[in-house]
Design a protein around this ligand. Structure first.
Ligand code: AMP
Ligand code: MG
Length: 421
């Protein structure tokens, strides 16, 4: 934060006006991965971030094995790829988990999927292509046969020494399965980060109670906690605190030494009712950014004790969008994720954009997937208070600042399905 001008609260000094890209760059370059790790059983490691590379010390499979239920055959040289019509004596039976004996030339072993190929066998024919003859003691095959049909060679999936999982991935079911396949029963993951949250605003009421004139329900509390839970954070929630300077200082004091991050929504403007900014500045340092974007212009970023601080705007859509665009990559980087940035996809705008705007806009759109390039349709009300737009939308369309375009323009799209997980 040292290279940034810190807003001192004087009205004469302008708050830094930042581009979306610059704000993200400052945030993510400040985030340092958590240094503590823990070793978890595989079942407990889902969605956690892997803290070390995982190297296999075995081959998978560990032996050549059959890809089919069928017959392992010892083909003679003169039988390879010649017109079919060969018969073989069945001399063995090899279920998965057992080992057959050496197969003599011209012989076959009944074999099942996953069973080891016996010594001497050089190909496997699936059972549907074999005709049992002479009281099921022999098989006959009527087509040309090649070497190594239906044999999965040792190390086909993984070779001993391979790095199978890289540090910094968020563990998915398939990652855990791969670790199991090389015999690991635990994984070292980064500890969960602790995020303290509180909410300010005397107009806020807990859902379930009755509203008085001028009051609204506190929806941001649920936004923030659900999104932090999605990201697998440990949340310390102080709920709505009194909208005073003293109460805000107390809340920050109680969180600052046992959290990696403190987050709030609302109260980060410079209005006289907004106490978060002076309270953070009293205990630490704070940059109040005006980001050239819509929705969600004000964003506060700073440090209180050992904890980073991110103050999101109060308007519900702004709070959600700034969480997704800024707090999410910041949190993922703290968690040790390598791929901490949001991924965008190309879609076509299904509308004209006739007026150039000074701020980048992230508009709520639904995708029409009926054509190869999806078309994005916008929600009719794009106000930062219209939370229904987020429920309706498939994602956010990133309209660059200072631009106009016609329907069909290819634009970046950020899917909510991805960002909300
Ligand atoms: P503020 O940033 O505190 O000036 O708030 C901006 C707008 O967001 C106001 O209309 C607030 O009532 C609204 N708002 C602030 N906090 C919340 C919240 N937790 N839930 C829903 N709306 C909120
Ligand atoms: Mg307020």
């Amino acid at each position: 934060m040292d290279n940034q001008s810190v807003d001192c609260g004087c009205d004469e000094i302008p708050q830094p006006l930042l581009s979306t890209d610059k704000a993200l760059e400052i945030l993510t370059s400040t985030a340092k991965e958590i240094s503590t790790t823990e070793v978890l059983k595989l079942d407990d490691s889902l969605n956690r971030v892997l803290a070390t590379d995982i190297c296999s010390n075995i081959n998978v499979p560990g032996f050549d094995n059959s890809a089919m239920d069928g017959y392992a055959i010892h083909l003679k040289d003169e039988q390879i790829n010649t017109p079919g019509g060969f018969a073989f004596n069945i001399t063995d039976r090899i279920p998965a988990g057992s080992t057959g004996s050496k197969l003599e030339s011209g012989c076959a072993a009944r074999i099942f999927t996953g069973a080891p190929i016996p010594d001497g066998a050089n190909t496997v024919i699936m059972q549907e292509e074999c005709e049992l003859i002479e009281n099921n003691s022999r098989i006959e095959i009527y087509r040309p046969i090649s070497l190594n049909e239906n044999i999965r060679p040792m190390g086909n999936d993984i070779k001993s020494g391979d790095i199978i999982l890289a540090k910094g991935i968020k563990l998915k079911p398939q990652d855990i399965a791969l670790a199991a396949s090389v015999g690991s029963d635990t994984l070292e993951v980064f500890k969960k980060i602790k995020v303290g949250v509180f909410f300010t605003g005397d107009e806020l009421v807990k859902p379930g109670s009755k509203l008085k004139q001028g009051q609204i329900y506190n929806s941001n509390r649920y936004t923030l906690i659900a999104m932090l839970n999605n990201l697998n954070c440990d949340v310390i929630n102080l709920n709505t605190i009194q909208d005073t300077f003293e109460a805000t200082v107390d809340a920050l004091e109680s969180l600052k030494d046992n959290c990696d991050l403190i987050m709030t929504t609302g109260g980060v403007s410079v209005g006289e009712e907004d106490h978060v900014k002076p309270a953070v500045e009293q205990l630490g340092k704070l940059n109040l950014w005006r980001i050239k974007m819509k929705p969600g212009k004000p964003l506060a970023f700073g440090q209180v004790g050992n904890s980073a601080f991110i103050g999101l705007p109060g308007n519900p859509v702004s709070a959600m969008v700034t969480f997704l665009l800024f707090a999410r990559p910041f949190i993922k980087k703290l968690q040790g994720c390598q791929a901490y940035l949001n991924t965008s996809y190309k879609v076509a705008a299904n509308f004209d954009w006739n007026r150039s705007k000074p701020r980048r806009e992230f508009i709520r759109v639904q995708l029409d997937q009926s054509e190869i390039l999806a078309k994005a349709n916008q929600y009719p009300k794009q106000g930062s208070d219209v939370l229904s737009s987020m429920v309706w939308a498939d994602g956010l369309l990133e309209i660059p600042e200072k631009t106009t375009f016609k329907k069909g323009e290819i634009i970046n799209f950020y899917p909510l399905s991805e960002m909300m997980s």
